[in-house]
Design a protein around this ligand. Structure first.
Ligand SMILES: [Zn+2]
Length: 206
């Protein structure tokens, strides 16, 4: 199946780009039949068909496999955001560093990223797999496609898997650069006027 192969390929890309580690993280896509999601404990960099399970839109497994423990996060995002067709949740090193420090990526330092993200907020901490985590994270995804999850990792949503992947990759790059600027004594901020012009540019492209 094309959809399953897409998830396997994106898992490899995430691993090859150091965007996932060990058995952490999960990937899903929304299909006509339900949600295809990685199974609990799967290694995203080394997925096969048996590590991908179909669940319905309420989160019930449609096959005899156990879906990721974060399945309800995926279910709720698809409920709230009809435009979203793919979700990637991983613990990339730099985004997770920001997550551990409760630091949003909101400094006006990179013009391209202001157009792409505006900013990347931090959703408050909650226990992994909990309903509270679902509520906290979904709230922040209302008007953003990438969110840092406090003391945990990051999540990227998009209209397809490729775009969700690119968002996660670009967000991780943004986090790396943001951290590097601290080594050189801090970035020089763009002015409020520059930021406004970038946001206007983004709106004109929509
Ligand atoms: Zn996680």
């Amino acid at each position: 199946m094309e959809n399953i192969q897409d998830i396997i390929n994106i898992g490899k890309n995430l691993y090859n780009k150091d965007l996932t580690v060990g058995t952490s993280g999960n990937i899903s896509i929304k299909t006509d039949k339900g949600i295809l999601i990685t199974t609990s404990g799967s290694v995203l960099g080394n997925l096969s068909e048996k590590e991908i399970v179909l669940i319905d839109f309420e989160g019930n497994e449609q096959e005899n496999k156990k879906a990721s423990s974060e399945k309800m996060l995926h279910v709720e995002i698809y409920k709230q955001r009809s435009d979203v067709k793919a979700i990637i949740h991983t613990h990339p090193e730099y985004l997770t560093t920001f997550a551990c420090c409760h630091k949003a990526l909101d400094e006006p330092i990179m013009s391209e990223n202001i157009i792409y993200f505006e900013d990347i907020p931090v959703a408050p901490y909650a226990m992994p797999s909990s309903l509270e985590l679902v509520e906290n994270t979904v709230k922040y995804l209302k008007n953003r496609d990438v969110v840092i999850m406090a003391n945990h990792g990051a999540i990227a949503v998009a209209e397809n898997l490729e775009q969700a992947y690119l968002k996660m990759e670009t967000a991780e790059y943004y986090a790396k650069v943001a951290l590097n600027t601290k080594i050189l004594g801090g970035a020089r901020y763009l002015s409020q006027n520059d930021v406004q012009n970038l946001i206007e540019l983004k709106k004109s492209k929509l």
